[in-house]
Ligand binder design. Structure first.
Ligand code: FNR
Length: 383
């Protein structure tokens, strides 16, 4: 931040927005209306999406002065990965299209390589998972699985992810069917967009074996086949089979209450991802941050990842203090991508971490271990 301040004194201002609202506004101006609907939109009247962000305001960090914070340590060990910070890029399907060259998954992987911040690559990527992994450099990657109904295809995707070097599998359970998203519905573009995100299927031997003709020869039949496999409603009975697919650490994403967290733990999974999908799936739910404490309590020591609503370093600090082992962001990095490709993502990630680090410095919390629930109090004004 000193560099930015000093450059500002010399009249040189940052080219990319420093505030989230400006980042969002400029990214939306740069994207097509249908992509704006797809990325920014949420379920219903977007109440849950709104409170995902505003609920952070109910918490305030207790300032603790005169503690030694000249040296801070944000590093964390997660599923055997030594990470520089507790920040991850959450999986965003079709993110590829947000890049000017249409290869946003590759750009996101490049940003991961530059920053050391892991990307969780979505099943619904524009480029195949192997190509995405190849761009990650030394930064470990995670693969997010939307589990197809065909178990051979599911196993094949997991095996490919393992062979490509991904370090963990994140199984998303809250989006086997798309939510009621009026912005997508009114632009009617969601089905069209989906056609662009099947690279992982169209390169998959188990999927191709189910087709009479290759996707090149009959695209609509291949898309129809995919649509048939995609809507797999997993139940608790499927978890032992899922768990048996790999020895890699497995995390279940989309958990929002303590009882479910306990069941995931009991099923032998390695982590719980507390998330409401950024408010995109079901409106009328609780804010994600409100569900975090009971998930952490039930996880009873198992790592808990958190996303949905994080827009600032202050939000990151609060989620960590409420017990998250690490946090993810979705839309913020997509907006960086839309504005300036990998460089835009790097800008967003570094800005968030700089703010996190400065809050820890100013308020007296030099390490992540110092960020405990007692570091937070309710802000009375927020009720
Ligand atoms: C998502 N999310 C998501 N999650 C997932 O597990 N697989 C996916 O393919 C996608 N796709 C996707 C697309 C878009 C456009 C968005 C915005 C989100 C959910 C994502 O991983 C994450 O949970 C939320 O984005 C977090 O909320 P914020 O940070 O966007 O508020």
């Amino acid at each position: 931040q000193y560099e930015i301040y000093l450059a500002g004194l010399g009249g040189v201002l940052p080219q990319l927005p420093m505030r989230f609202d400006e980042l969002e506004r400029r990214a939306e101006a740069a994207l097509s209306p249908s992509l704006v609907s797809y990325i920014a939109g949420g379920a219903g009247d977007e109440f849950t999406q709104r409170i995902n962000t505003s609920a952070f305001e109910q918490w305030g960090l207790v300032p603790r002065m005169l503690r030694p914070t000249a040296e801070r340590d944000l590093s964390v060990e997660l599923f055997g990965m030594a990470l520089p910070s507790p920040l991850l890029m959450s999986p965003v399907g079709i993110v590829g299209l947000a890049a000017q060259d249409g290869h946003g998954d590759i750009a996101t992987a490049r940003a991961a390589a530059i920053t050391g911040i892991p990307m969780i690559a979505s099943t619904l990527s524009v480029d195949p998972l192997e190509a995405v992994a190849a761009e990650m450099g030394d930064t470990p990657g995670l693969f997010q699985l939307y589990t197809p109904t065909d178990r051979d295809v599911a196993a094949s995707l997991v095996n490919r992810a393992e062979a490509a070097g991904y370090k963990a599998i994140v199984v998303t359970v809250d989006a086997w069917i798309p939510g009621w998203r009026p912005r997508d519905l009114s632009t009617s573009n969601f089905p069209q967009l989906r056609g662009h995100c099947l690279a992982n299927y169209f390169t998959d031997p188990a999927f191709l074996a189910l087709l009479d003709k290759t996707p090149v020869d009959d695209l609509s039949a291949a898309v129809a086949k995919w649509a048939q496999l995609f809507g797999n409603m997993l139940t608790w009975d499927d978890l032992p089979w899922l768990r048996s697919l790999t020895d890699l650490p497995m995390i279940v994403k989309g958990i929002g209450n303590g009882e479910d967290a306990r069941r995931v733990k009991d099923a032998g999974f390695d982590g719980i991802f507390c998330s409401n999908h950024g408010g995109r799936q079901a409106n009328g739910g609780r804010s994600a941050i409100d569900t975090l404490p009971e998930v952490v309590e039930a996880a009873d020591g198992l790592p808990v990842l958190f996303d949905s609503g994080i827009r600032s370093g202050a939000d990151i600090v609060k989620a960590l203090a409420l017990g998250a082992t690490a946090v993810g962001i979705g839309r913020p990095y997509v907006y960086g991508l839309a504005l300036a490709g990998a460089e835009g993502i790097v800008h967003v990630l570094r800005s968030l971490l700089a703010e996190t680090d400065l809050i820890m410095a100013v308020d007296g919390y030099p390490t992540l271990a110092d960020l405990q629930p007692n570091a937070l109090r309710r802000n009375l004004f927020a009720g």
